[in-house]
Design a protein around this ligand. Structure first.
Ligand code: ADP
Ligand code: ZN
Length: 433
């Protein structure tokens, strides 16, 4: 079902006219309201009046996570603070998170976008939406929640964790739609098996999974093990949260980008220039309607390509291919963004720890596990076992405090971690997606 027939099936010409109108308005707004954007545009020699067609978008400077960091926490907000009604955050590359804000209208748009997403995945009024995305600063939980309410479904705000209880609730409340990360979906399948719950006895029909990379193989595994249809959904906090792009259940091939709200571009990450149509590159988004935290040409560092062929579902929005990688070293561990630089930051603040470390990621029983191996000084290593254990625990605690993700720390003798001859290989990712 198409949630918003009028907009989601707009002929391209009308859609582009709408995008241009909104783009002009956006550029005018940020130029006036955000000194940082004003300065960046002046430096790039572009004024709002220079945006005369959609092709002029490329004249505008990019926005990066670094720009967000420099303006921490609220420096890029484009409205008076009294009109902000919600604040979310996700991990930044260093200690400080990336902060985003929403006005009442932004929350309305977001609900609309998530209602479209759910609808594209086959959910409807009357469904029981089991929302196992995390509630909190993370955009997943509340973003999906408002969309499910807008759709008219009954939403269970169960959040993540406590899998046995999740399964009991699924049985007792008759959950029909599952929302969570794809890895958590597999974890739920494992726990069902342990509990001897046959998925065929549940009412689950479809799952909308996102917030981390997954593959076609993983989709097949989830579909088989949970006896449902699995749909890929995409979003990021800087642009909105979940609800930026979504697969349609008719094709399950590429995610329709909600282009009346966002303009997607694909650029060459090295040169910053647009790639030829249909080629792979870095995804860049401009938000057309956002009030509190608009972004212009935000570089996601996610790799994708645009599919411009019409889709059988009737939506006219272009599709982005499922994310195939990143241009940076960001890892997603159990749905949380983790940068090796954050771990390094913790390690380097601890006495006796050497600057040689490696992060090993694996998947055990469908759950991501992270081990940090780090060298310690000779004197510490030859100390009592108790001292070593204490140090290991301390590092684990500090990483957990900073990142919100637990890991196992293994302290190793000096010179055990392989030295590289070029770029250090900090991460070994053994997860087979
Ligand atoms: P969210 O709250 O939506 O997870 P974050 O800002 O924490 O947003 O993380 C966004 C990042 O998560 C994206 O830039 C991308 O790397 C990853 N991501 C989100 N959805 C998907 C998806 N469906 N497939 C692959 N990666 C995804
Ligand atoms: Zn479609």
């Amino acid at each position: 079902m198409i949630w918003n027939e009028e907009f989601e099936t707009l002929p391209r010409e009308a859609l582009e006219a709408l995008q241009l109108k909104r783009l002009k308005n956006l550029v005018e707004r940020v130029y006036t309201a955000v000194p940082y954007y004003h300065k960046k545009m002046d430096e790039a020699g572009v004024k709002p009046a220079d945006i005369k067609s959609l092709a002029d978008l490329v004249k505008l400077p990019f926005t990066t996570k670094e720009d967000l960091r420099l303006n921490y926490p609220f420096g890029l907000f484009a409205v008076p603070f009294e009109t902000v009604v919600r604040i979310h955050a996700s991990s930044g590359t260093t200690g400080k998170p990336t902060v985003v804000g929403y006005t009442k209208n932004d929350i309305e748009s977001w609900a609309e976008l998530m209602a479209r997403t759910l609808s594209a995945g086959g959910a409807h009024k009357g469904d029981v939406v089991h929302n196992a995305y995390g509630y909190g600063l993370f955009t997943g939980g509340l973003g999906a929640h408002y969309g499910a309410e807008r759709l008219g479904a009954a939403v269970i705000p169960i959040s993540g964790g406590n899998s046995k209880r999740q399964i009991m609730i699924m049985q007792d409340f008759g959950s029909t739609v599952l929302l969570c990360t794809p890895s958590y979906a597999l974890n739920l399948a494992d726990v069902m098996k342990e509990m001897r719950v046959d998925p065929k006895t549940l009412k689950l029909r479809v799952g909308l999974f996102g917030a981390e990379p997954w593959s076609e193989n993983m989709r097949q595994e989830i579909e088989a093990r949970l006896n449902i249809m699995a749909i890929d959904i995409f979003g990021l906090s800087e642009v909105m949260g979940p609800g930026v792009a979504s697969e349609c259940i008719e094709e399950k091939h590429g995610l329709h980008v909600f282009e009346d709200f966002f303009i997607p571009e694909i650029i060459d990450p090295e040169t910053g220039l647009p790639v030829p149509p249909g080629e792979q590159g870095e995804l860049v988004f401009t938000t057309l309607t956002k009030e509190a935290f608009p972004v212009i040409r935000y570089r996601t560092k996610d790799i994708s390509r645009l599919i411009t062929e019409p889709c059988s579902c009737g939506r006219t929005f272009y599709r982005m291919q499922r994310i195939t990688g990143r241009t940076d070293d960001m890892l997603i561990i159990r749905g949380v963004n983790v940068f090796p630089s954050q771990i390094e930051h913790v390690l380097m603040s601890i006495e006796g720890v050497e600057p040689h470390y490696q992060i090993i990621v694996d998947r055990q029983a469908s759950l991501d596990v992270m081990e940090v191996q780090v060298e310690v000084s000779e004197s510490i290593f030859s100390d009592e076992i108790k001292v070593l254990e204490k140090l290991g625990k301390k590092i684990e605690r500090e990483i957990k405090d900073l990142l919100g993700v637990s890991c196992k720390v293994k302290l190793v003798e000096p010179k055990t971690i392989q030295r590289s001859e070029g770029k250090a290989k900090r991460v070994i990712d053994n997860r087979k997606l």
